[in-house]
Design a protein. Sequence first.
Length: 452
Amino acid sequence: MKLIDLNRDGGIGANSLYVQIGDFHLVIDSGLHPKKSGRQAAPDLRPLQGVKLDLVIITHCHLDHIGSLPLLLRDQPDVPVVMTQPSRMLIERMLHNSANVMTREREEKGTADYPLFTHEEIDRVAPRLHGHPFSHAKKFPGARDDIEFILHPAGHIPGAAGVEIHHKNRRFFFTGDVLFNVQRILAGAMFPTARFDTLVMETTRGVTERTPGQARSHEMIRLVDTINATIQRGGSVLIPVFALGRMQEIMAILHDARKFNKLVEAPIFASGLGLDIADLFDQVARKTGAVHFTRTILKDLKVRKSPRDLVPGKEPPQPGIYVVSSGMVVENTPSYTLASCLAAQPKHSICFVGYCDPDTPGGRILATARGDSILFDAVNVKVKLRCQVEKFELSGHADRDELLEYAVQSHPRSIVLTHGDPPARAWFAEQLKQQLPRTKVVDPVPLQQYQV
Ligand SMILES: [Zn+2]
Ligand SMILES: [Zn+2]
């Protein structure tokens, strides 16, 4: 198998891998870098010049995996795109939202090459996007060579898949983003335990040690306790979330707490995209059973759309629980504005429930000591950080020991590290060298070709 990482920055960015198996040409994922802007946020597609792709496979619908898909398809007018059935139900909404965000950014910041694609273009490529059931082998004939693929449930978010590919007597496996643990609305990953020739694995949590006593159930209780204490002292709670997956997971947790009278009364707010995705989850649940979520959760909680008239740096007009995107509190998002509103007052809380890149505003809030200054430069607000800041171990990614264990049991001839910051990849590289001394471990340099 030949492999080129098209994610020009390495790390967790615009995830996209160009893979050549025999004479079969394949791209897995086509993401958009969450912290970059313009054409630089998309993968570098130069290695695909003159290549006619046979297939594109999407692992799941987070934007760092799909956000540049229409761009990729522009130069590949015939290639089909496959994904799981839940992903097929979610992908168009996510892409349309991405086009909206890019258009807004062009207006606000003058980013010249945004939007990278239009709503019309999404509609035009939609007939080429195909849903495929989980765990069913599918033979796929290319122009000059054939493969067989199977999409395995990867936990993480509804629709997320690990991709197994067979070619002649070779087996390859791509984990995508994976969580082995059960979440409130989603079963954990069910990955094959076979021996692979090549394993391509995510490494998001390579520097996060497993902390004893932080079982998910305990963390859920601690989250609800923190919310209750904040509301009771007259404060508001910000829970920054990804609109896809994390938002609905938190709502289901709040719903359980409310059902057992463990959650105080307070208005609950969410962003528009999160509410739309919740509706789609309701449909996914009824059609495929791949997620445990119903619209009644939001109805029972009386969730409302987050107010649009928040003024950066000022108290929100209504105290409450704000479950809004983005998860990493990036600029020009509801969670960013709200963080600037809550940061200065000790009565408020910001509760992080997922991964935050250290180089994002969310990462900086986590790294700032209480009483130190923090700058929200995009809205020109500088305050002393005095609100309560908590981090909860409710990550959507497998912890490093579980992933390492999975890699070791599958005993591949080679392992390719993806989707992690350099120190995270380095930890995996070091551990794998010790535990699988005969396995070739590749931490790919972007745009270089590897034979694995
Ligand atoms: Zn993801
Ligand atoms: Zn990802």
